[in-house]
Ligand binder design. Structure first.
Ligand SMILES: Cc1ncc(C[n+]2csc(CCOP(=O)(O)OP(=O)(O)O)c2C)c(N)n1
Length: 533
């Protein structure tokens, strides 16, 4: 079959389509979004009847995927790394229930935080859940690993974690496809009680999980993705995890590394290879994009004292993405970072788009807040977080999805009155609703802005689960009808909007203000498509 030029995300998606996927569940998040988008747009996926669903958040995505696995079909749940925090409960527990149909969870990490709040390493979650982890080196492996991952998942009845990073997710390479597999027919689990995690059953299931560990290790030792390359110079042995194997190879264009190299792409650690590299080499250098997980594990692994170098001893930077140049320096090779960017190239910090509805909402909020002291606006994650920057400087927090409403409540509880929560429509249904219920129950003096631009703009305009539902949800959660206000965020209504906001700020209870105007980008796109016809 001819090679196809695919991004890492697309390679995973195509791999899933070809490997007999029946359903994919995801909440958008950079750099994972394109996996689902590819399947949503795929004619082939439609023809095969593959269910492609945007879930309300990552927890519901993993649970829906688990339900499909329970029914014996192959499924995938995709998210960015912080999404795995949201999905941690079903994710960890699914290792105890086990899977029935093949179940792959893809978590896309973002070292260097190109578009994230942190650079946490999902491999820790996989290790915590005690399930196999696959970490591709390139797009071809990303594709192949989906096929292999489903086999592994179905062989051991276990979810498998596929961990990628931004560089791999968003760069392209030629990918050779495999023959397409049929979807599973569907079948109930052999043991109908395995998903009932009552303590007595969970204890048994946990023992099964523990008993599977040796098998997982053998699979890692025999995996085609973990490879040992021997070499003459044993003064150093290199363990290169996932994409860092490419960074290493870029320093040796003839692919002849003078030191033994363990290419590591499947966990748990393949002890056979680790023992070999430790027994043969004087020092070990661990290359891993993310946290120094393997490096830390090796420190415990040692039977003899041998120097392990990596992110912990300063050989490599403790934070941020690795790249071929950083790897070169760690090997004592010259620094080839290239030329500095000329000073005529001016940095362009991200900003709200011209015509964005959020601009008018923040201008109105800023005016309404003039008579109050600063530091009372708790925000969330979305395009509107950019209002932290000049010229608006409207918000004082951005922690995790949903934290605007709940932090506003906590701060109000401690005496800052009123407090303001600012949350987007998609983020509200993702994890703002429960916090609003807390506010209603406590009758908190908070004013919550739900910025409704009818889309999930930050990640490229995926559908928002809140669309057309916000008012009903807010009412249903118990916010008094006369304290739910809809605004039109447009310059011409500025004064009117400021007055409404002022009135609600003065109210000693829960108010919800919903500025409603479509995202300028989705509007432009819609118009372009309309006039194309
Ligand atoms: C747990 C988690 N999942 C996903 C993301 C990625 N993400 C950041 S903001 C956002 C949604 C933004 O949509 P919305 O709240 O409607 O605001 P908008 O960008 O449209 O203004 C998403 C999906 C994240 N940061 N954290």
């Amino acid at each position: 079959m001819q090679k196809q030029l695919l991004m890492g995300d697309e390679a995973i998606a195509q791999g899933a389509i070809d490997a007999g996927l029946s359903g994919i569940y995801a909440y958008p998040g950079t750099p994972s979004t394109e996996i689902s988008e590819y399947i949503h747009a795929s004619k082939e996926a439609k023809e095969k009847g593959i269910k492609a669903c945007w879930a309300v958040n990552e927890k519901t995505a993993v649970e829906e995927a688990l339900g499909m696995s329970y029914a014996g079909k192959r499924t995938m749940a995709c998210m960015k790394h912080v999404g795995l925090n949201v999905a941690a409960d079903p994710f960890i527990n699914s290792s105890i229930t086990g899977a029935n149909g093949g179940f792959i969870v893809v978590s896309a990490d973002d070292p260097s935080m190109h578009s994230s709040q942190n650079e946490q390493d999902s491999r820790f979650f996989g290790k915590f859940a005690m399930i196999p982890i696959l970490e591709p080196t390139d797009q071809q492996e990303a594709y192949d690993m989906v096929h292999y991952g489903y086999d592994l998942s179905e062989k051991y009845n276990i979810p498998v974690l596929l961990r990628i990073t931004t560089r791999l997710a968003h760069s392209r390479a030629g990918v050779k496809r495999k023959a397409s597999r049929d979807q599973n027919e569907g079948s109930l689990p052999k043991n109908l009680r395995q998903f009932v995690l009552l303590p007595a059953i969970a204890r048994k299931q946990y023992k099964y999980l523990l008993n599977k560990q040796a098998g997982f290790e053998t699979e890692s030792e025999n995996s085609e993705f973990n490879k040992y390359f021997d070499a003459k110079d044993k003064s150093l042995g290199i363990i290169a995890c996932g994409i860092t194997f490419n960074y290493l190879m870029e320093n040796f264009p003839d692919r002849e590394v003078p030191y033994p190299v363990l290419k590591l792409s499947q966990y748990p650690l393949p002890k056979k290879y680790i023992k070999k590299i430790f027994s043969e080499c004087k020092e070990i250098l661990v290359l891993e994009d993310g946290y120094p997980m393997v490096e830390e594990m090796l420190k415990d692994f040692l039977e003899k004292s041998i120097k392990v170098k990596g992110r912990l001893d300063g050989t490599l930077p403790r934070d941020g993405e690795l790249n071929p140049n950083i790897v070169a320096i760690s090997l004592g090779k010259p620094d080839t970072k290239g030329q500095d960017i000329p000073s005529i190239v001016v940095g362009r910090p991200p900003s709200l788009c011209a015509g964005c509805s959020h601009i008018d909402s923040f201008l109105a909020l800023n005016s309404a807040l003039e008579e109050y002291s600063k530091g009372r606006v708790f925000s969330d994650i979305g395009c509107y977080t950019l209002s932290a920057l000049p010229p608006y400087e409207s918000i004082n927090s951005c922690v995790d999805m949903g934290a605007s409403i709940t932090m506003a409540k906590g701060a109000a509880d401690s005496g800052i009155i009123p407090t303001i929560g600012v949350i987007g429509d998609s983020t509200f249904t993702h994890s703002g609703m429960t916090g609003l219920l807390d506010c209603v129950i406590a009758k908190s003096p908070v004013t919550i802005f739900i910025l409704d631009n009818s889309t999930t703009a930050m990640t490229g305009g995926q559908p928002s689960a809140a669309f057309g539902r916000i008012e009903k949800i807010v009412k249903g959660l118990g916010v008094e009808e006369n304290h739910i206000k809809i605004l039109k965020p447009l310059k011409k209504y500025h004064e009117e909007n400021v007055n409404i906001i002022k009135e609600e700020l003065a109210y000693n209870g829960v108010s919800v203000i919903i500025p409603q105007r479509e995202c300028i980008q989705t509007l432009n796109k819609r118009m372009r498509e309309k006039f194309k016809k």
